[in-house]
Ligand binder design. Structure first.
Ligand code: 3H9
Length: 697
């Protein structure tokens, strides 16, 4: 018998228990074990079979690591059909997460019982595929088309009580999965409950599938799998019989399995789990965090404080005056009210947080007891240094001193304290209580224990944390600066900001770069440009002043109601600002540029290639440890379409030599901007790609 599926007999019930940690994924050995177990039970004269998972969960799905490799028999769909066709009564007892192929195995059993904390779901669309072992045919038969489409196209996890209401579960009961499963099987045998194969149930009632397809496609912003899932569910209503529906599911599943979107999404799945695995942190114990301090209660500081409070961490917030402290408290209260509205926090917990977990102070001495303090003050080196010198004086030994700077040199900040090993960058993204990305910026002297504490804090706050090195903009903003510059060049040469935004959102970005600048505040880019010009730019670098003109007129984007777009109060999004094109035309005229037309394809290609080129430099310089660190940063902080896996996965899928060809071609017009990153040239020469580096590091 297989190692990962254990076979036992309990009276006239055969028990098949899965033991394939960590999540009982349905790899080939598990599938063989299930097939053998069912066959053996049928020859041993038992009356029923119980299937359950040992450890933390029932089957959490097919083994994703097998995707893209040659399939190995027996296939999961065959196992599901075999279980369903068994003449014995087959029962599954669920706990943990019964997801994807796991739920499909459960649906092929005749009865399902689960402990109340169980979550079920068919999250395949999040991996760029659809359920491929009968899920799109069986779920609509038990739950109806509307509920099945909701579960399959969103991939959401459904709690056991809701799954019971849907008809997916037959019983929910507290207890040990094996015990409740055995008791339920005995109960069913005692009442001579019939076998109940879902494949024999009537076809579900159809809905308007074309409308559902269009709605899901629009919502997916270019992601195909949820829309294709609609077509598979449609087959459960329209195919001649269950087998024909399964065949349609298989055809669509196979088509998606071969797609780049599947490759991108699976890369994203493993990359986001790999980012926190750093060899230098193996065995390093993070410091304990009982209370954290936040300096500055503006949008960023209040967001960071909210994030910590929502995670149950007491926060002491320092402001310059009691008026400013009270304004910060209002901001936090409003953030928490948003969390209540979204169902993430109960009103009682909200009141408790404001009463007992949040403290306000105007005096640095109040920070003497905190374990970690994050400053979110004005983005200016001198101001930051003063803050750090004061923290150095008041904070207890072992307290971590963190800066939320987006660009500034953390090594220089660390020089202003007597304990540079305790200094780290914790770069949150606005709004900090919503955005999932946290860059943990490691300076020259930051100790591994401090880095490990940063990662532990990120995990506690529910963030995806990425390690970054010190440079202007770290991983994300440094790359942003390059592709944003490329967009500015295209504007100078003839594209409009509005065309660029539309081309990129059609491509799949959550927002175009100009709408994004309006959201972030045009003053940020303005300050960065002034800093760069003051530091002295290379004379070969192209510059533009049309954006400065907007700022000089006091237009900073959404916060002032006017930027590239004009924003009307109460309305979502903005309309193109009519002042922008004349400013651009003036800039072109002053530089003697005759504008040309750009196709949307060229806009997207230049933007993406500029992103890849800078990302390759960031990896080459060691600012990002691996290409996957860049990918995760762009996915979680910059609205990069997840189904493309991140810019460096996109580059691998495009073919690195093709990306380099474009850079070389464009460098004929602008040899300064389009210098190929040395790492790209090296990988091309070695006939390797970014994924090879991911595997090595
Ligand atoms: C499918 O089923 C297709 C079928 O319809 C048709 C087939 C024909 N495979 O997330 P965690 C690893 S598609 C392999 O940190 P958590 C994961 O990489 C599948 N490995 O834990 C990690 O490894 P490591 C549908 C998997 O408690 C470790 O397990 N199912 C798989 O935060 C722990 O994972 C899904 O999409 C897998 N399926 O969350 C479910 N799943 O320690 C995907 C996990 O080396 N999984 N690993 O980094 C999840 O959503 C979460 O992992 C889960 C646990 C909620 C289960």
């Amino acid at each position: 018998m297989s190692q990962v599926i254990e076979y036992e007999k309990e009276g006239d019930i055969a028990v098949l228990s899965a033991n394939n940690p960590p999540v009982n994924a349905l790899g080939v050995e598990v599938r063989r074990g299930l097939m053998d177990g069912i066959e053996r039970a049928e020859t041993e004269g038992v009356r029923a079979v119980l299937i359950y998972g040992r450890g933390r969960t029932y089957f959490a799905g097919a083994d994703i690591r097998e995707f893209g490799k040659p399939p190995q028999d027996p296939w999961l769909p065959a196992i599901c059909d075999r279980i369903e066709a068994s003449p014995l009564l087959v029962v599954s007892a669920l706990h943990g997460t019964a997801l994807g192929g796991g739920l499909e195995v459960a649906l092929s059993c005749h009865y399902r019982i689960a402990v109340p904390s169980t979550k079920i779901g068919l999250p395949e669309v999040n991996l760029g595929i659809i359920p491929g072992a009968g899920g799109t045919q069986r779920l609509p038969r038990v739950a109806g088309v509307t509920a099945a489409l909701d579960v399959i196209t969103t991939g959401r996890h459904v709690q056991a009580p809701e799954a019971l209401e849907m008809g997916v579960l037959d019983k929910v009961q507290d207890g040990d999965p094996r015990e409740i499963g055995l008791a339920y099987a005995r109960e069913l045998l005692a009442v001579k409950a019939p076998r109940r194969p879902i494949c024999d149930m009537a076809k579900p009632t159809p809905i308007d599938f074309d409308a559902a397809y269009d709605a899901v496609l629009r919502k997916g912003r270019g992601q195909l799998s949820p829309a294709i899932a609609v077509r598979a569910v449609q087959a459960s209503c329209e195919a001649d019989d269950f087998t024909a529906g399964q065949a349609r599911e298989r055809e669509l599943f196979t088509q998606l399995m071969a797609s780049d979107q599947r490759k991108g999404l699976i890369h994203a799945f493993f990359a986001e789990r790999a980012v926190s695995k750093l060899p230098e942190l193996q065995g390093v114990r993070p410091r304990d965090l009982h209370q954290i301090g936040v300096i500055g209660g503006g949008t960023m500081g209040a967001g960071i404080a909210t994030s910590a409070l929502l995670a149950g961490l007491p926060v002491l917030l320092l402001e310059m005056s009691s008026e400013a402290a009270s304004a910060a408290q209002d901001r936090i209260a409003s953030n928490l009210a948003g969390a209540v509205k979204r169902g993430k926090l109960s009103p009682d917990d909200q009141a408790d947080i404001l009463r007992n977990k949040l403290s306000l102070a105007v005096d640095y001495d109040a920070l003497s007891g905190v374990d970690l303090v994050i400053e979110a003050v004005f983005e200016n080196m001198e101001v930051k240094k003063q803050v750090f010198a004061r923290l150095d004086a008041v904070c207890k030994k072992g307290a971590i001193l963190a800066t939320n700077t987006s660009y500034l040199d953390i090594n220089e900040i660390a020089q202003s304290v007597s304990r540079p090993h305790d200094v780290v960058g914790l770069h949150f993204f606005s709004p900090a209580h919503v955005m999932k990305l946290l860059e943990i910026v490691v300076a020259d002297h930051t100790s591994p224990e401090v880095v490990a504490t940063g990662f532990a804090l990120g995990k506690r706050l529910g963030k995806v944390s990425v390690r970054a090195g010190v440079c202007d903009g770290f991983i994300g903003n440094r790359i942003l600066s390059a592709y944003r510059t490329c967009a500015d060049h295209m504007v100078l040469d003839g594209a409009s900001p509005f065309q660029i935004d539309v081309a990129l959102t059609r491509f799949g970005f959550a927002m175009g770069p100009f709408a994004m600048s309006d959201l972030a505040g045009l003053d940020i880019g303005w300050a960065a440009r002034k800093r760069k010009r003051a530091a002295g730019q290379d004379p070969r670098a192209r510059d533009s002043i049309y954006a400065d003109k907007l700022c000089e007129a006091g237009h900073f984007g959404q916060k002032t109601g006017r930027g590239y777009y004009v924003y009307e109060k109460g309305k979502r999004g903005g309309q193109p600002n009519p002042d922008v094109l004349p400013l651009i035309e003036a800039d072109r005229a002053a530089q003697g540029i005759s504008p040309r037309t750009f196709s949307d394809e060229e806009i997207v290609r230049r933007y993406m290639v500029a992103m890849v080129n800078e990302a390759a430099r960031v990896v080459g310089d060691g600012v990002a440890r691996r290409p996957l660190d860049v990918d995760v940063t762009l996915l979680y902080g910059y609205g990069f379409p997840r189904y493309m896996g991140g810019p460096l996965k996109w580059s691998d899928l495009q073919g690195l030599p093709n990306v380099l060809d474009d850079i070389r071609k464009w460098s004929e017009q602008d040899a300064y901007f389009w210098q190929p990153a040395p790492l790209l040239v090296k990988l091309e020469a070695e006939d390797r790609c970014f994924d090879d580096l991911n595997k090595e590091r």
